[in-house]
Each structure stands twice: as structure tokens, then as C-alpha cells.
Design a protein around this ligand. Structure first.
Ligand SMILES: Cc1cc2nc3c(=O)[nH]c(=O)nc-3n(C[C@H](O)[C@H](O)[C@H](O)COP(=O)(O)O)c2cc1C
Length: 328
């Protein structure tokens, strides 16, 4: 089962959703190496920061060949800056460039970027058309249902995308006002799919392999984009791909989880200054230990640990205990 984003095959038709502070190079590689993902994406990158050439931003956009196919998502409110940023992105050589029209964060909305563009479809169209003309790699757009319940205009934006040469769209089936509250409204994905002939990726609340197949069956969407579900279960794409291929779905063992966590954390520890590393490790520990016995105890304990080394030791000890318990 495969779908094309322009000339780029997305096989299987599963995309790692962009997540700020999460989908960095380490995480993307982990997910890619486990397998089952069609396209990986970065966190959204400010067009202004790209055009300004900020070293930290350029560093964020580094990727390795192993991650392909890969998409870089940009955001902004000024058309010329977005065009310029898209050109810089194209030069870096990703497979796809994506425009964020769904971010509901106040900081982004105030700058009239992200989901705010759904409140100004004229500007959105100008941006899409201008960026489309400026680059030759496939352009995609990610958006929500609309700004709020009164202004659900995703069908209009979807049409604008299709009419202006966008290769595929992804829709998180909530309004911007909802942020992450309530449940994603999958029937709206079905409506969008009915309307458009370019590929539609459904997004929102896919947590299990069953969810992914159900979203495809219920909405007819061409593929599924997943964010939070993969942070709690990095094997999710592999499991969905197995289900799609009608082969056995394998659950990771405790040993698999330990190896993944420690490999990831050691990489973070090598690269990042201590304060940031600790913050990141705490966040990931919360997700990675989801559903494990005594996970809460570890999560409480690590809040008190002062440095990365003691953190890593605590995680190792935690898994040793579970493995001993399992063997008993
Ligand atoms: C921590 C976090 C960061 C996010 N950052 C971005 C982002 O940079 N760009 C974007 O388009 N969406 C971002 N999102 C939204 C996700 O891409 C996705 O649309 C949303 O989480 C719903 O999908 P899910 O239910 O599979 O998580 C973020 C979500 C989370 C939880």
C-alpha cells in the first residue's frame, strides 16, 4: 500500500507528524530505524529565522540520508519571507516542503501565522501560490478544521491547496480554538477526502494500529499522520505497517524498550548541554515509560535527579528491576 506525494512514494502511507521539541534528528532516526514509517517530518521552523540564517535554526534543519523521505515544515505570515525560506529549504535537499497552517499557539497566531492563516484565506492562497512557484520539490500544507466552530473553512482551504498545485494535505481534525481538547472529528476528514483529488492525510488521536486502520476505513483518507501516539509507542508505525500487510503485529519486549530508551538518551546526553538534556529526558521518560510497571515511581524519582549521569543510571536501574521481576 503506497501513496505518492508528487514524485515521492510514501510507503507505507504513514507520516510522522511534526512536533516541536520532539521530532528532532535523534527521534526521527529512532522511528526510521524501527521502520514502518513512510515520511518523517521536523518540527516547524520559522521562516524569519531561516531567512535570518540563525545558526541554531540551520542546525535544527540538519538531517541524514537515512531519514528520507523527509519533509521540512515552515511557518510565517509574510509571503516574501516564506518564499525566501522555502528556497533555502529546497537547497538543503529535503524531499518535501510543508507549510504550517494549523499551529494554534498564541505566539504563532499573534504573528498571523500557523492557524491564523485559516482566518485569512486570501493571504493563505497568496502564500501557497507564491511558495509553489518558487520551488520545484513537492509542497504540502497541514491545517486544522478552522479557527473555531463558527469558522470551519477547511474545505475552502483544501480547494485552494488543490487549485494551486499542492501535492497533498494533512488535516488535524480539531479547530485551533480546541487546541488538543475533545476528540478529533474524523468524519470531517472523510468530507475533505470526498472533495479533493490530491492525497489527504488524516491526523488526530491515532494511538493504536487498530485506530490507524479504522481511520482509513472510516474516512477513506489516503494515509495517516501520527504524532503523540508515536511518542508513547515508538513501534506504532511498524505495528500499523504489519497490520496493513496482514502480518503479525509484534509487541516490543521490556528489553526492546530499555535498549531504545538508553540509546536515545545517551545520544541526547552526548549532544546537548546538561540543562536542556535533562529537560528533554524527563519529557521522553514520561512518554516512554507509559504503561510500564512502576513507571510512575521512576517519573517521580527523576524529577529530583540533578544531572544526566544520575538520570541514565536511574533509568538503567529501573529496567534492571523490571527484568528481574519478569524473570522471577
Ligand atoms: C508537543 C507537540 C508539538 C507539536 N508541534 C507541531 C509543529 O511543530 N507543527 C505542526 O504542524 N504540528 C505540531 N503539533 C501537532 C501535531 O503535528 C499533530 O497535528 C497533533 O498532535 C494531532 O495528532 P496526534 O493526535 O497524532 O498527536 C505538535 C503537537 C505536539 C503534541
Amino acid at each position: 500500500m503506497s501513496v505518492q506525494i508528487g514524485p515521492v512514494p510514501v510507503d507505507p502511507p504513514l507520516i510522522l507528524a511534526p512536533m516541536a521539541g520532539v521530532t528532532d534528528r535523534d527521534f526521527r532516526l529512532i522511528i526510521r530505524r524501527i521502520g514502518g514509517v513512510g515520511v518523517v517530518t521536523m518540527e516547524f521552523i520559522s521562516s524569519r529565522a531561516i531567512v535570518g540564517g540563525f545558526p541554531k535554526t540551520l542546525e535544527l534543519m540538519e538531517f541524514s540520508q537515512e531519514e528520507r523521505p523527509l519533509s521540512i515544515q515552515i511557518y510565517g505570515s509574510d509571503v516574501d519571507t516564506m518564499v525566501e525560506a522555502a528556497r533555502v529549504v529546497e537547497e538543503l535537499g529535503p524531499d518535501i516542503c510543508d507549510i504550517n497552517m494549523g499551529c494554534p499557539a498564541n505566539k504563532v497566531l499573534k504573528g498571523c501565522a500557523g492557524a491564523a492563516l485559516m482566518g485569512d484565506l486570501k493571504l493563505a492562497e497568496k502564500m501557497i501560490a507564491s511558495v509553489r512557484r518558487a520551488i520545484s520539490i513537492p509542497l504540502t500544507v497541514k491545517f486544522r478544521l478552522g479557527l473555531n466552530d463558527q469558522e470551519r473553512n477547511y474545505t475552502d482551504l483544501g480547494r485552494i491547496c488543490e487549485d494551486n498545485g499542492v501535492a497533498a494535505v494533512a488535516m488535524h481534525a480539531r479547530t485551533a480554538k480546541q487546541m488538543f481538547r475533545g476528540e478529533a472529528e474524523w468524519p470531517e476528514i472523510a468530507r475533505l477526502k470526498e472533495l479533493l483529488s490530491i492525497p489527504v492525510f488524516g491526523n488526530g488521536d491515532v494511538r493504536t494500529s487498530e485506530d490507524a486502520l479504522r481511520m482509513m476505513a472510516e474516512t477513506g483518507c489516503d494515509g495517516v499522520m501520527i504524532g503523540r501516539g508515536v511518542t508513547k509507542n515508538p513501534w506504532l508505525f511498524q505495528q500499523i505497517a504489519a497490520r496493513m500487510a496482514e502480518s503479525t503485529v509484534v509487541e516490543p519486549t521490556v528489553r526492546d524498550r530499555r535498549d531504545l530508551i538508553l540509546t536515545h538518551f545517551r545520544r541526547v546526553a552526548e549532544r546537548e548541554p546538561s540543562k536542556f538534556a535533562l529537560h528533554k529526558l524527563r519529557k521522553f521518560t514520561g512518554w516512554y515509560t507509559h504503561g510500564l510497571p512502576h513507571g510512575r515511581k521512576l517519573r517521580q524519582r527523576i524529577n529530583e535527579l540533578p544531572d544526566v549521569q544520575s538520570f541514565l543510571a536511574a533509568v538503567e536501574e529501573f529496567f534492571e528491576e523490571i527484568l528481574v521481576e519478569e524473570a522471577a
